[in-house]
Design a binder for this molecule. Structure first.
Ligand code: SAH
Length: 255
């Protein structure tokens, strides 16, 4: 029997062109593709006609397939000799439970590999014109979960983050914006710190709104920002405003 394998693959942040060549090649040769909600479905068209495509997405607050079920399915198909591609939004090791899937593959003795993807922080920041580091404005950034239920054993250290990191990129945070704002203000972050919210980053439906730490939850509600969205907090957000102002000035000169 053919030896099966598992590729844990990052699909990139949303724009289907932002996938790696290696990831695309694995999709093209897969027997089984297990894909998540945030994967751009256009990418599935690159798979072989006869490849089995299985949706494993979890809508927020709902669990269409429990994590253990996904891991069992992945191992079942690979054990039967299939090449399984576990396709995940962004990068598999950034809030993607890719680590757990790698552990499950290794424990089952199945050959596996992990193919990185552009995580949504990197993709969305580029698309919105926000350099996560910028000379004179930001020398460090951190990727943080805003979801309190994400990991009770390792709570987010808002106290340390408020002081020691220049740009904060918060995943899964839009529905907890009030709490995040409170935490950061409590630990001394300036209410005037620039903030951006990016919804559906890198896709045709991308929307970005900017404000300050002090007013961002009201802005998010007013603009009806919903998932998937990222929060970027820090002085580097100002570069977006500078870029837009320069682009407008250049346009009005030409016009
Ligand atoms: N592994 C993924 C993250 C999964 S967690 C990655 O590396 O990007 C899911 C969270 O990612 C969402 O709640 C949202 O905060 C963020 N996210 C994913 N895709 C996004 C997109 N296109 N635009 C904005 N945020 C996105």
């Amino acid at each position: 029997m053919k030896q099966g394998s598992i590729s844990i693959v990052g699909a990139g942040p949303g724009d289907p062109e932002l996938i790696t060549v290696k990831a695309l090649r694995r999709i093209q040769t897969a027997d089984v593709i297990l894909y998540d909600r945030l994967v751009n479905e256009e990418l599935l068209a690159y798979g072989r006609k006869e490849a089995l495509r299985i949706y494993c997405g979890k809508a927020p607050g709902q669990h269409s397939m429990p994590q253990e079920g996904i891991e069992r399915l992945m191992i079942k198909h690979a054990s039967a000799g299939s090449h399984v591609v576990r396709l995940k939004g962004g990068d598999p090791f950034v809030f993607g439970r890719g680590g757990e899937e790698a552990l499950a593959s290794a424990a089952a003795g199945i050959p596996y590999e992990v193919i990185p993807g552009i995580t949504s922080a990197i993709g969305a920041a580029a698309s919105a014109g926000i350099p996560l580091t910028h000379r004179g404005l930001a020398a460090s950034f951190a990727i943080v979960t805003g979801s309190r239920c994400h990991d009770h054993a390792a709570p987010v250290r808002w106290d340390a983050l408020a002081h020691s990191v220049d740009t904060l990129v918060i995943y899964m945070g839009v529905s907890h914006l009030g709490g995040i704002r409170e935490q950061l203000l409590k630990h001394g972050k300036d209410a005037a710190t620039p903030v951006a919210l990016i919804e559906n980053g890198t896709t045709a439906r991308e929307r970005t709104v900017t404000g300050t730490l002090g007013n961002i939850d009201k802005l998010a509600t007013a603009m009806k920002i919903s998932n998937p969205a990222l929060i970027i907090i820090g002085e580097a957000v100002k570069v977006r405003e500078q870029l837009l102002a320069l682009e407008n000035a250049a346009r009005s000169q030409i016009g």
